[in-house]
Design a protein around this ligand. Structure first.
Ligand code: PEP
Length: 249
């Protein structure tokens, strides 16, 4: 059976010392968890987080990377650099990167391919805006994002992907999709992945829900057939909330 997965996305929060303190407190609370417990920490915290998470079941990853191997790209970080310091996965296509940093689907596609080449698990984030949902364009948007962001990805590398459905209107707003709304989107995503990569691979991929997940809405989301876990922003910043979310798996 596929293991459920909970990823905390810390965004631009927590210094190195705060990171270490958090992981030391979290580790004993989640050591018997049924879920894979993952933290996407700031670049500056990755080395310390990997060290603090050694001998625990917490997996450390990054929140972004560049699509090139190296080059004159001031301020950017390559997949191979992340891999070398122990990051195991990378968030790609988060809506904050799309809206604030103008990342496009073709650019995200190049990052997905690079991450797979350099053996980092890409966690591809997709989702519709409020306006797109109101115009009944949710499925059209999800299908386009999946086709464009995963273009040229072969079946074998595709089996290493994680997909996060994050309706933009639910991120950091306190508005969660109802379990039924999320399940409809997840089932549609699984259908698109089946078309792209075949049934066996699509069934094996984890599709996480993200958007104002809290301890009190996680259990209901996890009842749904196609929801395999969560990508958690705000509620991943406190050990108490994050561990309570993990306990729901
Ligand atoms: C996110 O940043 O991916 C996210 C889902 O944030 P929040 O849980 O705060 O809505």
């Amino acid at each position: 059976m596929k293991k459920s997965m909970v990823i905390g996305n810390w965004k631009m929060y927590k210094t190195v010392s705060e990171t270490v303190a958090f992981i030391k407190e979290l580790a004993p609370l989640v050591e018997n968890s049924n879920a894979e417990v993952c933290l996407a920490v700031p670049f500056t915290s990755i080395t310390a987080a990997v060290e603090a998470a050694k001998d625990t079941n917490i997996v450390i990853g990054a929140q972004n990377m560049n699509d090139a191997s190296e080059g004159a790209f001031t301020g950017e970080i390559a997949a191979i650099m992340l891999k070398e310091i122990g990051a195991e996965f990378v968030l790609l296509g988060h809506s904050e990167r799309r809206t604030l940093f103008h990342e496009t689907d073709p650019y995200i596609n190049r990052k997905v391919i690079k991450a797979l080449e350099d053996d980092l698990t890409p966690v591809l984030c997709i989702g519709e805006t409020a306006a797109e949902r109101e115009e009944n364009k949710t499925e059209e948007v999800l299908q386009r994002q999946l086709e464009e962001c995963l273009s040229g990805v072969g079946e074998e590398p595709a089996s290493k992907l994680v997909i996060a459905y994050e309706p933009v209107w639910a991120i950091g707003t306190g508005k969660t999709a109802t379990p039924q709304m999320a399940e409809e989107a997840h089932a549609f995503i699984r259908k698109c992945l089946t078309k792209q990569f075949g049934k066996k691979i699509a069934q094996g991929l984890s599709i996480l829900y993200g958007g104002s997940v809290k301890p009190d809405n996680m259990a209901a989301l996890m009842q749904e057939k196609n929801i395999d876990g969560a990508l958690v922003g705000g509620a991943s910043l406190q050990v108490k909330n994050f561990s309570a979310i993990i306990q729901c798996c």
